[in-house]
Design a binder for this molecule. Structure first.
Ligand code: ZN
Ligand code: ZN
Length: 349
């Protein structure tokens, strides 16, 4: 079968990939569509160290082809969106509803794939850039069949992370004020999460003025090309400021823009050793700085919720997909992504 493989030097689309049958508690999924996210490219450029050879891809949707012993929540033929969260389901963190904190969800990556008898690693417990992949049962979330799989493919990373950060982590309330710094894949989902939560003023900030139209489409009430203008719109600051760029200077800016009792939510990935400064004295006014992993999501609850919000027109998915590419055109999808031509490119099988 076909798949996108990174061998440590180059990325190639191969057609001689094999995947093992699902074991106990596992599901074999035929991937229909998979989103190309920046994290896949970070594996290739070394920003995210990962053992090789590896089959890339970490957000996708498709159809269940087979289930292993003990799997009852999905059956062959079901449409599913895949999460990257291979949590155990049995530890204290899972039990208290925090699967993103499960310590067993990050560990030794599996090797369900092979080529010529040699094993290949699975990226993010997922590897959606393959015609078929094997995931844990908790990762396969059933979705209604009327949702296009090219759109559902984006749920497993950008939507869970961005909308989840608003609803689950920040818990933005009706009438509150929100600033979103950076309107890439995550930032757009933060914008629509804020709109769904009922935020009153939603200020999008992006240095690229061409982002204004899409930012407003997703929920921004105001658009700025610099954070300098935020205080004119929100003189006392914002209740929630989301940093979606991963720049230490903008982390400081996010904190400086907080109103009393405000919170800065850090979603952008900074370098592991990068430091950011802030004024501790200003935090005295009940301010908070929040980290957030994977939208603090509970995928088996959140993905069906997002599916219903999509069906009722409140969650935008189709608008996130700029271009679809047959998997053979992976290189062109990467070129377009790197040139900033697409909000999200989606590979199809
Ligand atoms: Zn991603
Ligand atoms: Zn667990």
């Amino acid at each position: 079968m076909r798949g996108v493989v990174f061998d440590g030097k180059q990325v190639r689309v191969v057609d001689d990939l094999e995947v093992r049958a699902p074991g106990a508690g596992e599901v074999l999924v035929g991937i229909a569509a998979a989103g190309l996210c920046h994290s896949d490219l970070s594996v290739v450029d070394g920003t995210i160290p990962f053992p090789v050879p590896v089959v890339l891809g970490h957000e996708g949707a498709g159809v269940v082809e087979a289930v292993g012993p003990g799997v009852t929540h999905v059956a062959p033929g079901d449409h599913v969106a895949l999460s990257t969260l291979a949590n155990c389901g049995a530890c204290p963190d899972c039990d208290r509803g925090r699967p993103t904190m499960c310590r067993k969800a990050i560990g030794m990556p599996g090797q369900p794939f092979s080529r010529d008898g040699r094993p290949l690693y699975q990226f993010a417990s997922n590897s959606s850039f393959a015609e078929r992949t094997v995931v844990k049962a908790v990762q396969a979330v059933k979705i209604p069949e009327d949702i296009p799989l090219t759109s559902a493919a984006l749920m497993g990373c950008g939507v869970l992370t961005g909308v989840g950060a608003v609803l689950n982590r920040a818990k933005v309330g009706r009438g509150e004020t929100v600033v979103v710094i950076g309107t890439g894949g995550i930032g757009l989902n933060v914008l629509q999460g804020a709109r769904i939560a009922g935020a009153l003023t939603i200020v999008a900030v992006d240095t690229n003025p061409e982002k204004e139209t899409v930012a407003r489409q997703f929920g921004a009430s105001h658009f700025l090309t610099s954070t300098d203008g935020v205080r004119e719109i929100l003189p006392t600051g914002a209740d929630h400021v989301f940093e979606c760029v991963g720049h230490t200077g903008l982390v400081r800016t996010a904190i400086d823009l907080l109103d009393r009792h405000g919170q800065a939510i850090l979603l952008g990935m900074t370098a592991p050793k990068a430091e950011a400064g802030f004024l501790p004295a200003a935090m005295f006014l009940d301010k908070s700085i929040l980290g957030c992993r994977y939208g603090s999501s509970r995928p088996q609850r959140d993905i069906p919720l997002y599916a219903e919000l999509y069906r009722s027109g409140r969650l935008l998915l189709d608008e996130l997909v700029t271009t679809t590419y047959p998997v053979e055109e992976f290189a062109r999808a990467v070129e377009d992504a790197e040139a900033g031509k697409v909000a999200r490119g989606v590979l199809t099988f």
